[in-house]
Design a protein around this ligand. Sequence first.
Ligand SMILES: Cc1cc2nc3c(=O)[nH]c(=O)nc-3n(C[C@H](O)[C@H](O)[C@H](O)COP(=O)(O)OP(=O)(O)OC[C@H]3O[C@@H](n4cnc5c(N)ncnc54)[C@H](O)[C@@H]3O)c2cc1C
Length: 384
Amino acid sequence: MENYFNTGKKELCNGCGTCALRCPKSAIEMVEDGEGFLYPHINKEKCINCGLCEKVCSNFNKSEQESVAYIAINNNDKELKNASSGGMFYILAKYVIENKGVVFGVTYDEDLNVIHKYAETLEDCKQFCGSKYVRSDLKNTYKEAEKFLKDGRVVLYTGTACQISGLKSYLGKEYDNLILCDILCHANPSPKVFKLYKENLEKKYSKKVKDIRFRSKEIKWGDERTLIELQNDQVLYEDTFKNAFGKELINRRSCNFCVFASKSRITDFTIADFWKIEKVKPDLDSTKGVSLLTVNSEKGKSLLNIFKNNTSILEKVDIDVAAKYNHFSNVPAHKSRDKFFEGIKKGSINSDNVIDVMNKYTRVSIVKKILRKGKRIAKKVLRK
Ligand SMILES: Cc1cc2nc3c(=O)[nH]c(=O)nc-3n(C[C@H](O)[C@H](O)[C@H](O)COP(=O)(O)OP(=O)(O)OC[C@H]3O[C@@H](n4cnc5c(N)ncnc54)[C@H](O)[C@@H]3O)c2cc1C
């Protein structure tokens, strides 16, 4: 079977780092490449060719689970406001914390690096709410999760499907007390580009960036802007990084070949935005956010019965209909992705110009805009 180790192909490595953690000789180190993503680097002097790195490689989707899809919304307005979609993550977190469990999720550290971390109180779980559109650093969380599981604590581990595949591979066995929830993910942007973006903002506005909230629901769900909070509580809206992520300019190579982007999910739950909900359920008030929740396992099914009281709507929907409007298959890279990353590697794209360059590559030309508008009008006329 082809993998990163026997081919050297970057599209076959999702960067989970399980190989490095499990190597019996500590011969593997995860090293950042010029694009800002981690890849295993083997120290040939320490390596004994045991082949365990290939065996534990997590970049395979062996799932045959059949999922059931739901339209779901958290019934608590405050919790819904803090969430990117319909606030399903927080409902899961609440259940786990109420059962004296531990929740793993993604947050910012003090320098706005995106990292995985655990929380043991509901207050602490709030930092995980909201999408941070950057590849997170998993830190020591696989080992920490294993310890909690062995101590008998309930553990909820959330992350992208590839990160959860890495955890499963690291653990090497099933745990009844482990709940797995992946966020439906179409790609992971480069932490290095994110850092340059933050520095470019700081130079432009001569102030430190305190916070970046990609999905601020101030306007309306679906029309969210990226809210940048600067020192002295100055706030501005700036979407360049999010646009470049959405247009596949700044993402990890393996994301464009993702083996988990499918209806066969590897977790107990998958949470996503319910895009185009207006086509599926036109009468639903979707202004505050709607989740697409898929329940993927027997464990998920029995837990759902406990959660349903925390939702204002939990309605079954055909998974094929839901999947039609979302990323259950691979998304190709932007045509200038490699050129962009060449500039990052050489340093010609840097903290002085990264915003302008990302804008240049992702700007929609006036001709295209006019054509798109024309198409929309033509469709409306034909429907009448
Ligand atoms: C990189 C990325 C790509 C995504 N792509 C899609 C997509 O194509 N289609 C779609 O419908 N939804 C996508 N999402 C998911 C969506 O944005 C919401 O996160 C999801 O619907 C959960 O929303 P919520 O309202 O339940 O809870 P929220 O409170 O919004 O979500 C919080 C959860 O997201 C996790 N999280 C936040 N940032 C990250 C990160 N960088 N990496 C891993 N986990 C993270 C937290 O740990 C927590 O579990 C993506 C999210 C990320 C981070």
